[in-house]
Design a protein. Structure first.
Lengths: 439, 1041
């Protein structure tokens, strides 16, 4: 095995690097074409295109820009390729000026109403879809987003030369995942069974031979002869007390096991995937379009409830997209009739258990998928986890507390380290106590 | 140390060692209890068992098949500032007649669930009262009117407006008289609305009365100083307080404000070893009387004479034979300018003499401020009397009752009801079909105050605002809007009207938004313009402005007072702290709140002195007592009797607010109505009947549901620790019982009981929650009890279940009577029982570090947390009740029934039995079911919320971020909650905690504050709730009775 590893790694690295190289080249080509096309447009309409001067390039700004982009823009814009709105690649070069972008983000309808030519052109181009206004974003925040977009754009352009490295890393990651594979276990088991069977056959042969030998000698007394010639009496065995006891015991045990097993399953709805009133696909929204969970489930970082989005959030995009779809017509109907959509609740905790999303997602830094499964691959959402108390407790035992950069935990970590018992787990700070969840 | 040799008792039965009481005292649950339900007789048969088992199995297997489909329904259009799961707070103002409190309303998902005090307000300073706390439940009272009523039938607003306007116009055209009758109106804009109405209908007049009037003070100040006003009292500046039957901590004028001020003078510590001295002269034992250092029992007929005697003792050194008058006079003279004399009497003559005393003591300008009068009571008894006579005389053609109920709560209610038949147009704006609304032609139901816009001016120049915290639940309309509509004003929308009115006063735009946000505007000078700094109202009191020349005629008043004579029994009509004048009588939280002094729930009663009881052969056992028939001027009522230690001989007391007919299902038929007993004496409504009171004891026995004698401490008697001020000044440990246990383990040979333990102790790395309760500050007002009930979904159990000792309050206030008499000296004890000292002690789960309950639970349903909490896990509890048996503090409560969704409790426990009532429940706290134990959780939901907010912001919680419902409701700051691990916290400093490191990283908290003690600390439970000794400001010789 160990000998194989370098070989696999090299092979994987090659294949991955090759495929990435190919895709990136093709993308870069598209991008260039687009750039060229847009460049001509700019040339004709705008005398002084905006430069990229003044866009932040430091890591902090870029990362803030990235998180802002993911939570605010991503649902409608991609860096490249149209989604609801135009691709944002090189937007700082394309737009009339940085100030124009800021104004447009703050209140696009105002810019359009002002008769701005470029704004009206985009407006017409995208079927008069109005962009959501973000009056709360500061100028600096918008610049950070633009900085992030610029960096992404640059990264796309430079992709062919840089992407080979991650490929190598992936190869390593796969190679290190070792242990005794299941197939080996099976082979060992089969071998054992074969050996045991062989021994059985040999033993039977030996007894037969010995029996024959004794009978041929004919020196045995009557009593002994009976024993040697005794034939297997199934009736006697069945009626024997040990056998009856054994059968009763085994059947009782099986019944007991089944009952207990089923009792434990009472109220567990793992895999529960009810039909929802609107056939909303997480696979499409969260998977294909990579809309951040937070965009619709607005409470997940601040409240105990993650919140099922209200139709006005759907309207941010669906005011323009797929308006003819019968499923989306249902949303319009809900708004027009002022009747809320009655979704079927999938994750049902009992009333006696208190669960807080903000604690786990915002403070604990847990991914949504950890409990909800790969939602981005679900056409219909199903309950992925057990949601039993044992499941909760198990995770609290295993999970390290996300103490990094949170002053709340500083003293706790210090005290815990003083006692020297390894990493600070949730159970070490009272994560198994009753009144953390029951009150 | 143990110099505390007092005898404490909770009730008469304990003092007299009634054999029945002794038998029941040590039992957790008395034997007489029925086991099955409320009234079912006999046990269940074998058939029942089989039936139940069969049903049980079927139910389980059905339940196992498929879980019910639950819906998750989001908003259609989510409001920007509402996030499910996150509470929003809105500043508002509680006004009810003249009752006032500035508040914050906690809303969840758009519905108010809890009321907190607004600490920005300079009047109430974040304090609340039980009535304020309970008012949120009145919002969800399904017996409120949902539609306008026309002639007893449901109608529409259009019809009602059309008909009322037509009738008003025709009355006006014929020159008929129109009256608007109301209680005190604190809102300046509402007064403007009434003016607008009067402008449209010139014959209209506004008549103001109060169920409990302060006409006497208003009239006296008019006579003495030329201004008809209630001055602003400042108890916090008084070193000597003398009160003549004014229950200023419980019910008089503005109890929340006065409690706050009073408590400031009662707090003592290492840096402040002085406190105020409080004399109380009264007939009944009021809550305020219970807090007094010196208390004298006087008959109502002697009340005026006592005031005159005090005046003469101060001005003429004339000795009086009324107990403590001379002493009070001497103290008052020493504290000139730093004292305060108040009287509850509604007799202007008495109040004139009180004014004369305060004037002689130079208190005007320091403790009394006439320049910024308070508007709590504006009722004019004379005007109301005229109105009643006008109605009787057929002179009034139209009446609008603006949020008042005179048929019930005015002394001549029945007469008025009869006379009102002559009035052609009767309109009420009451929110429910109450006694007055029931005989009105039209009812235009007003919003609840939590649905309303408004403002209030409790003190001249100080404004606070009312803003809605929920959209109106019913099809009601704000009363001001109704008046404006009927007056034909163009924009009857009251919000716009209010906003415009304030814009005219110079508050608009950002200033208006800020005023609504803060709930207060702060002090404003009369000429308009907001003062930049509103630090303290008191600072505006200047000697020059506050003082005024006294111009009353004392000799005339004294002469008249000396002519007052009483004969036979005298009746005192008073308000209970919870029910007050009865307007919130349909609120089960208030009905079940034990009265601070009598500890009685659900009823009013005739309180009598122990001497009268023994003379009339009336015996009482746990509230079970004879009924009595009281007759005053031909009106007879049968009332239960309650023997009240501390009550003046020759007096009986009866509370207002009961005996409702149309109050609602909770209120109707509870107790008897005392309003018909009120009389007019010298032109003012008197709350005392001085002669002609006959009481006849009936053989019928009635049990009043009292809570106090339910639990005992099994003979352990270091529960209350107290001393007197002079001893405390010499030795801060005065009054402390500090038990030690002999051991070889310590060098001194003895240690504190908590130090010896089978267990290793608990390690509190993160937080260590603790509570300190200052017995000197606690006045017993019970705001905490109701706050706890609202916060923690504590059920209401009803009178029958209280009698069965099944009350559910997580936090109770124990009231102890005490005296210095030797326990063996029966004669001494009898005297003591006549006028005992009173101590109030809030008692809740002590969150013991060595908790007796935790060790006996067979299923580990009650456990200790790493933050010092004693956790109760309902879903694990199997109801053995071992923990309650083993709890030395008797704070655990067992759910004998499913109190929610249970037809038997439908009209009692309204917050858990109908969809509307359930809206008040705190969604973060489980509603417990039958068969589980529950108790105080230290508001763990608030702790968890506060911690999470801190974690989200990546910081440690600041002291004050996290507090319990009881601590935040307390008007006197008697309860302090905090993290004892946080060296910056108030509790850490208050208890002067010394951390000592023990083995295994366990830190022991040594409390160094001399006054701090643990209740029955000798049993070694090591509680996290610490009490501070009660210190009375008495002279030593007086303490030997």
């Amino acid at each position: 095995m160990t000998q194989n590893r370098p070989l696999t790694r090299v092979f994987l690295a090659f294949t991955l690097a090759g495929s990435l190289l190919f895709t990136n080249i093709s993308r870069a080509q598209e991008a260039d074409q687009q750039n060229a096309a847009e460049g001509t447009q700019q040339g004709t309409e705008q005398a002084a295109p905006a430069t990229d001067g003044g866009l932040p390039a430091d890591d902090a700004s870029i990362s803030e820009g990235m998180s802002l982009f993911n939570s605010n823009c991503k649902s409608c814009h991609k860096i490249e390729g149209k989604l609801v709105g135009p691709a944002l690649k090189d937007v700082h070069k394309r737009a009339p000026s940085i100030d124009w972008i800021v104004d447009f983000v703050h209140n696009s309808s105002k810019v359009i109403a002002s008769g701005d030519a470029y704004a009206n052109k985009i407006y017409e181009e995208y079927n008069k879809t109005q962009m959501t206004a973000f009056p709360t974003l500061s100028r600096q925040q918008i610049l950070n987003i633009l900085g992030y977009i610029k960096q992404e754009t640059d990264a796309l352009a430079a992709a062919p030369t840089t992407t080979a490295v991650p490929g190598d890393a992936t190869g390593q990651g796969q190679g290190t995942d070792t242990g005794i594979p299941a197939s080996y276990m099976n082979i060992i088991m089969i071998a054992l069974v074969v050996v045991l069977l062989l021994i059985l056959v040999v033993l039977i042969l030996i007894t037969t031979v010995l029996k024959k030998y004794i009978n041929q000698k004919g020196e045995l007394e009557e009593a002994d002869k009976e024993i040697v010639d005794a034939s297997f009496n199934i009736n006697a065995v069945v009626k024997s007390k040990p056998f009856i006891f054994l059968v009763t015991f085994i059947s009782a045990a099986i019944v007991f096991k089944v009952v207990i097993h089923n009792l434990y399953a009472v109220g567990i709805q793992q895999g529960y995937a009810p039909k929802q009133p609107i056939a909303f696909s997480h696979k499409l929204h969260a998977g294909q379009y990579e809309i951040d969970c937070n965009y619709c489930h607005t409470g997940v970082r601040k409240s105990k409830n993650a919140n099922i989005p209200s139709p006005n959030i759907c309207m941010n995009c669906h005011v323009a997209i797929k308006t003819e779809s019968p499923e989306i017509q249902k949303i319009y109907a809900a708004i027009e009739n002022d009747r809320p959509i009655e979704w079927v609740r999938i994750h049902n905790l009992p009333d006696l258990a208190y669960f807080n999303h903000a604690q786990h997602v915002e403070v604990g830094g847990i991914e949504c998928q950890t409990c909800h499964g790969e939602v981005q691959e679900m056409e219909v959402v199903a309950q992925a986890s057990l949601l039993t108390m044992g499941w909760c407790i198990d995770c609290h035992r295993k999970t390290d507390v996300n103490t990094k950069g949170n002053e709340y935990y500083d003293n706790l970590v210090e005290l815990h380290n003083a006692e020297g018992k390894g990493a600070l787990k949730v159970e070490d700070i009272g994560g198994l106590e009753c009144s953390k969840c029951h009150y | 140390m143990n110099d505390n040799k007092k005898t404490y008792w909770k009730g008469i039965e304990q003092l007299s060692n009634d054999p029945e009481f002794v038998k029941n005292a040590d039992r957790e649950f008395p034997e007489f209890l029925p086991i099955n339900g409320n009234s079912e007789g006999g046990g269940s048969s074998r058939r029942d068992f089989l039936k139940m088992m069969g049903f049980g199995i079927a139910a389980v297997s059905l339940a196992a098949c498929e879980a019910p489909v639950r819906k998750a329904i989001p908003y259609v259009n989510k409001p920007v500032d509402v996030d499910p799961g996150i509470p929003n707070y809105y500043a508002s103002t509680y006004t009810h007649g003249g009752d006032y409190c500035s508040i914050l309303v906690k809303t969840r998902e758009g519905r108010p669930i809890k009321i907190e005090g607004n600490s920005l307000c300079k009047i109430t300073e974040g304090g609340t009262s039980a009535q304020v706390q309970a008012s949120v439940l009145t919002l969800y009272d399904r017996e409120r009117l949902g539609l306008p009523v026309i002639g007893g039938k449901d109608g529409t607003w259009e019809d009602l407006d059309k008909e009322v306007i037509a009738k008003l116009r025709s009355i006006a055209a014929q020159g008929g008289q129109i009256r608007i009758v109301s209680n005190t109106v604190l809102s300046p804009t509402t007064k403007q609305v009434i003016e607008d109405f009067k402008a449209q209908y010139p014959t209209a007049q506004h008549v103001v009365y109060d169920a409990v009037s302060a006409h006497g003070i208003l009239a006296a100040n008019e006579e003495s100083f030329g201004t008809r006003a209630i001055p602003r009292y400042d108890f916090s500046r008084a070193d000597v307080i003398v009160s003549f039957a004014a229950d200023f901590l419980g019910t008089w004028l503005s109890p929340v404000e006065y409690s706050r001020q009073y408590s400031k003078t009662r707090k003592i510590g290492a840096n402040k070893k002085t406190m105020s001295r409080h004399y109380q002269f009264e007939s009944l034992l009021s809550m305020t009387g219970g807090n007094a250092d010196y208390r004298t029992r006087i008959k109502p007929s002697e009340e005026g004479k006592a005031v005159v005697a005090l005046y003469e003792a101060i001005t003429a050194n004339k000795k009086s034979d009324i107990e403590y008058i001379n002493k009070a006079a001497a103290d008052l003279k020493k504290a000139q300018g730093k004292s305060l004399v108040v009287a509850g009497s509604n007799d202007p003559r008495v109040q004139v003499v009180v004014n004369a005393i305060n004037s002689a003591l130079n208190n005007y300008g320091t403790t009394i401020d006439l320049s910024s009068p308070a508007y709590y009571k504006q009722g004019d008894d004379a005007a109301m009397d005229r109105f009643v006579n006008d109605v009787k005389g057929g002179k009034v053609a139209g009446v609008i009752f603006y949020n008042c109920n005179p048929v019930y709560n005015y002394k001549g209610g029945a007469e008025l009801a009869e006379a009102l038949k002559k009035v052609s147009l009767k309109v009420s704006t009451s929110d429910r079909p109450d006694e007055t609304a029931a005989i009105s032609d039209y009812v235009a139901p007003d919003h609840h105050f939590l649905e309303s816009w408004g403002d209030a001016e409790p003190v001249q120049g100080y404004y606070t605002f009312v803003q809605p915290a929920i959209t109106p639940i019913f099809n009601t309309r704000q009363a001001q809007e109704s008046l404006l509509t009927w007056a034909g004003v163009q924009t009857p929308d009251y919000y716009t009207y209010l906003k415009n009115a304030w814009a005219r006063r110079g508050v608009s735009g950002n200033a208006w938004d800020k005023a609504l946000h803060d709930g207060i505007l702060g002090a404003r000078s009369a000429s308009a313009g907001v003062e930049g700094d509103t630090t303290s109202l008191a600072s505006t009191v200047t000697a020059a402005a506050g003082a005024a020349a006294f111009a009353g005629d004392v000799s005339k008043a004294s002469a008249a007072i000396n002519n007052i004579k009483g004969s036979g029994l005298e009746l005192v009509i008073y308000q209970k702290v919870a029910i007050g004048d009865g307007s919130q009588a349909n609120n089960p939280w208030l009905q079940e709140m034990p009265d601070p002094v009598t500890k009685a729930t659900w009823d009013n009663y005739l309180s009598v002195s122990p001497k009268w009881a023994s003379e009339n052969d009336v015996k009482s056992f746990e509230g079970k007592c004879n009924m009595a028939r009281i007759t005053v001027n031909g009106v007879s009522k049968d009332v239960p009797v309650l023997i009240q230690p501390g009550q003046a001989e020759g007096t009986v007391g009866l509370a207002l607010g009961y005996g409702r007919v149309n109050g609602g299902l909770v209120a109707n038929g509870r107790g008897v109505d005392a309003y018909p007993f009120m009389q007019v004496q010298n032109g003012v409504v008197a709350y005392q009947v001085l002669s002609g009171v006959q009481v006849e004891v009936l053989s019928e026995v009635y049990q009043i549901a009292q809570t106090q004698t339910h639990q005992t401490y099994m003979g352990r008697d270091t529960v209350v620790q107290e001393s007197v001020l002079s001893k405390y000044q010499d030795d801060p440990f005065a009054g402390r019982h500090d038990p030690k246990i002999a051991t070889w383990m310590s060098e001194e040979g003895s240690v504190h009981p908590g130090a010896l333990s089978l267990w290793k102790g608990h390690k509190y790395n993160n937080h260590h929650w603790g509570m300190a309760i200052d017995l000197n500050s606690c006045t017993g007002c019970s705001a905490c009890t109701i706050a706890c009930q609202a916060e923690n979904n504590v059920p209401v159990v009803g009178r029958d279940e209280v009698i069965n000792r099944r009350d559910m309050h997580w936090l109770r206030i124990d009231r102890y009577y005490s005296s210095d008499a030797d326990p063996e000296d029966k004669r001494g004890l009898e005297i003591a029982a006549a006028n005992p000292e009173v101590t109030f002690q809030p008692m809740l789960c002590q969150h013991c570090n060595n908790a007796p309950c935790e060790t006996v639970c067979p299923v580990a349903a009650t456990t200790h947390s790493t933050e010092g909490l004693n956790q109760m896990t309902y879903n694990r509890c199997i109801g053995t009740r071992y923990c309650a048996n083993n709890c030395p503090y008797k704070v655990r409560r067992f759910n004998w029934f499913k109190y929610h969704d249970n037809g038997n409790f439908e009209d009692i426990n309204t917050p858990m039995n109908n969809d509307l009532g359930k809206m008040v429940l705190n969604p973060d706290v489980t509603v417990r079911s039958r068969g589980v134990m529950e108790k105080c959780s230290f508001c763990v939901q608030r702790i968890q919320y506060g911690k999470l907010e801190a974690k989200k912001e990546g910081r440690r919680p600041k002291d004050g971020d996290i507090t319990t419902a009881c601590a935040s409701a307390c008007p006197t700051d008697a309860i302090v909650f905090g993290d004892m691990n946080d060296t910056e916290s108030r509790i850490y400093k208050m208890l002067n905690i010394n951390d000592t490191d023990g083995p295994d990283y366990i830190t022991e908290k040594e409390i160094l504050e001399p006054r701090a003690y643990h209740v029955i600390g000798e049993i070694g439970t090591k509680p996290n709730v610490t009490y501070l000794t009660k210190i009375r400001n008495k002279d030593i010789e007086e303490t030997k009775a």
